[in-house]
Write a new protein. Structure first.
Length: 408
């Protein structure tokens, strides 16, 4: 009898584990057809990785996590097996959205009030830079409310949605990023490691550790070296439709951050209406930088800049918002330098990369961030993007810690 009870208990535990961490109710998910980026996360895989890390770190078994985690499972919405976040074409780069099915509307309203979301009217709620809209049976979550009216799945005709088989797309790691463009589509895998998050389109591609190692030896806040194809990939910086006419075929840039004293001049009047000049000083963060742009036809490139009104009467390159600077035309290139302090560019590596190092000065200048957002950014060490031929790689490297990322 005892053996039967033990066998039954083991069976029930096995079934429970399977249902909680492996069984998926449905693998198909829908996304707006005009989404140019869709991020899919396998919730069950994340749960398995969390439990595995938790069990291997006994110091966390009895820790008090109360108040540190907002549990969406207690908010009245249904957590899908595959969590989806997307970006819509022609919307701002910072605008991202996700949709959840509502299980208990009243519970959801109570949850939003507890978390201090303010009612904006029209079933829209806001807290800091997080927006929520209740649309019939759906909750739409976003970093903006600009596209809420276009994201009610139940009202969309089938021609305006894409049906994705998430289980087929997420073959490695905890998720995938689908990038759609007029030329092609990419499916990038997401891996969550102890101290970094890796994103790549080829799981067999080895990270360019030698390039990263050289970049880490510099004191630069920002370093980049890109060919024409990679510049073209970042169409939120350049207008892709007219980029070919610019004849730009290579870009290099180096930037350092520095805190400087800025003079602010104000005027007031005395009792006799005489003008009084008053000087005050404030500390601001300014980058010192040098940008080298190579061209196959410098005349065409200059024409492109002037048509864009990127060169003003003072010969400053206004596409870079940090002034003052100067632009110098050479035989087959242009060099843009900040004029406050002279700089030398980093050595040419003949690679395609973007490297951004975390900097305390940057964090101190971001006044609008919440405490949690500042804590998240301060834990970052650097961000690296690299490309070789058809292989793309992104690494978000976090500072070393006793705990893996998933437990922090």
């Amino acid at each position: 009898m005892k053996k039967k009870l033990i066998a039954l208990a083991v069976f029930l535990i096995a079934v429970t584990v399977y249902l909680m961490f492996y069984h998926k109710e449905k693998t198909f998910t829908i996304a707006p057809a005009n989404a140019d980026v869709v991020i899919l996360l396998d919730v069950k895989k994340i749960k398995r990785q969390y439990i595995s890390s938790f069990l291997s770190h006994p110091s966390q078994w009895f820790g008090n996590k109360k108040g540190k985690v907002i549990s969406l499972e207690k908010s009245g919405v249904k957590i899908p097996d595959f969590l989806q976040v997307f970006h819509l074409k022609n919307s701002k780069f910072s605008d991202w959205y996700s949709v959840f099915e509502i299980k208990d509307k009243q519970k959801l309203i109570t949850f939003l009030k507890q978390k201090k979301f303010t009612d904006q009217g029209d079933n829209i709620f806001r807290k800091d830079q997080i927006f929520v809209k209740i649309e019939k049976e759906n909750l739409i979550l976003g970093t903006s409310d600009r596209d809420f009216k276009n994201i009610n799945y139940q009202l969309l005709p089938s021609a305006k949605i894409d049906i994705l088989d998430a289980d087929e797309l997420i073959t490695n790691g905890i998720g995938s990023i689908l990038i759609h463009s007029e030329e092609n589509s990419q499916n990038l895998s997401i891996s969550l490691n102890n101290d970094d998050i890796e994103i790549k389109n080829n799981i067999y591609f080895n990270p360019p550790t030698s390039v990263i190692s050289k970049l880490l030896k510099t004191k630069s806040f920002f370093e980049t070296e890109l060919d024409a194809q990679n510049i073209n990939n970042f169409d939120f910086i350049f207008d892709r439709k007219s980029l070919d006419s610019s004849k730009i075929n290579h870009l290099r840039a180096t930037a350092h951050l520095e805190q400087v004293n800025d003079t602010v001049i104000t005027y007031s009047y005395d009792d006799d209406f005489n003008e009084i000049e008053k000087k005050t000083f404030q500390k601001i963060i300014q980058p010192n930088y040098i940008v080298s742009i190579e061209s196959v036809n410098s005349e065409k490139t200059e024409e492109y800049f002037r048509n864009k009104k990127w060169i003003n009467a003072q010969n400053q390159f206004t596409a870079i918002p940090f002034q003052p600077n100067s632009i110098e035309k050479k035989e087959n290139s242009f060099e843009i330098k900040s004029t406050r302090k002279k700089m030398q560019p980093f050595q040419k590596l003949n690679e395609n990369y973007i490297f951004v190092r975390n900097n305390e000065l940057l964090l101190s200048s971001l006044k609008t961030l919440t405490l949690n957002e500042k804590r998240m950014i301060s834990s970052l060490d650097y961000i690296f993007y690299g490309n070789r031929d058809q292989d793309y790689y992104v690494q978000l490297k976090f500072k070393k810690d006793e705990l893996p990322l998933i437990l922090r």
